[in-house]
Design a protein around this ligand. Sequence first.
Ligand SMILES: NC(=O)c1ccc[n+]([C@@H]2O[C@H](COP(=O)([O-])OP(=O)(O)OC[C@H]3O[C@@H](n4cnc5c(N)ncnc54)[C@H](OP(=O)(O)O)[C@@H]3O)[C@@H](O)[C@H]2O)c1
Length: 332
Amino acid sequence: MNLGPACDRRRKNAAMTVLVTGAGGFIGRWLLDVLRRRNVRIVACFHHRSQAPVSAAGVEYARGDITDRAWVAKVLDRYRPDRIVHLAARSLVGPSWENPRDTCRVNVLGTVNLLEELRNIGFGGRLLLACSSAEYAAPDPPRPLLESDRLWPASIYGMSKLLADQMAQIYGSRYGLDILRVRPFFLIGPGKRGDVASDFAQGIVSIERGLSRRLLVGNLHPVRDFLDVRDGVEGLVTCLDRGVSGQVYNICSGRGVPVQELLGEFIAQARSPVEVVGDPSRVRSHDEPYKVGDPSRIRSLGWSPHYTLEQSVAAILEYWRAQPVDQLREQG
Ligand SMILES: NC(=O)c1ccc[n+]([C@@H]2O[C@H](COP(=O)([O-])OP(=O)(O)OC[C@H]3O[C@@H](n4cnc5c(N)ncnc54)[C@H](OP(=O)(O)O)[C@@H]3O)[C@@H](O)[C@H]2O)c1
């Protein structure tokens, strides 16, 4: 498959079906946006707890649970996809400590369900699996992580993604399935909830609306590889399109940004003065001090990021400014 823009390729791809699991989530919605601009048939799978993605021409919707093997088999049989992007997951580190069973059920068992069904039907297409930077061991001394670096997660979430990652590797090599894995770092952008960027944005918008006076913050020292989700989904499509079967790709910028610097960018774009106050309840006990990826491998496919941190922050603030009051996280 080629998802590129050339018209002759579009004609060639007219019958291509791309199935996306977790299509109602943060990355899924942005990915649908990119796919809709290509001439492919899209099957967007979403879960009952999320809002269905906005209806659009050229998109078919399938609602169900990835841990339900019968549903997975039914969807594959009905839509017969050529390409699958598997995003469905319990995707946050914090809740994985509260609910390890659910995290493993969805992230590991859900992935195995999909792999098993692909094996059963002798799937001849390509599967792209979203793994995570949370799988890597902390590098000592700190340096950008290569795909070949040691994997040793520091969270239940990271471990669940590592198990899914390795399961996919085994299924790919043992059963000859065309599977690629990607390890996104910290994708930020409009629509994301529960990460540091959306926390800052909600706090600032609350202040702009006069709903709170102070911005409560946790640990500002960790260094992270933030990447705009719009660049992230272009990275996914690049791997789907041109990635090498069996390979794993970091999806990252390669630039380490202290959370303090991210905060500075948000404050610089705030429309009201912001008083920052440390809040011990927001400091995570298991924060990794440094997590930055090396993007050389995905860059070798011709991908590179386009959005600056300033542009990402502007888009996130605009998103939260458009939200109703009850959507904003409570501040001090
Ligand atoms: N965002 C990042 O920076 C990042 C970084 C590294 C890796 N990733 C990985 O990328 C993928 C997408 O991340 P995201 O940020 O878009 O996460 P997200 O917003 O939480 O989306 C995940 C989607 O999976 C769905 N889902 C959960 N349980 C399901 C189930 N049992 N059956 C079917 N669908 C289910 C969720 O639906 P409900 O809400 O309805 O349950 C949600 O729509 C995940 O695999 C995540 O681990 C993300």
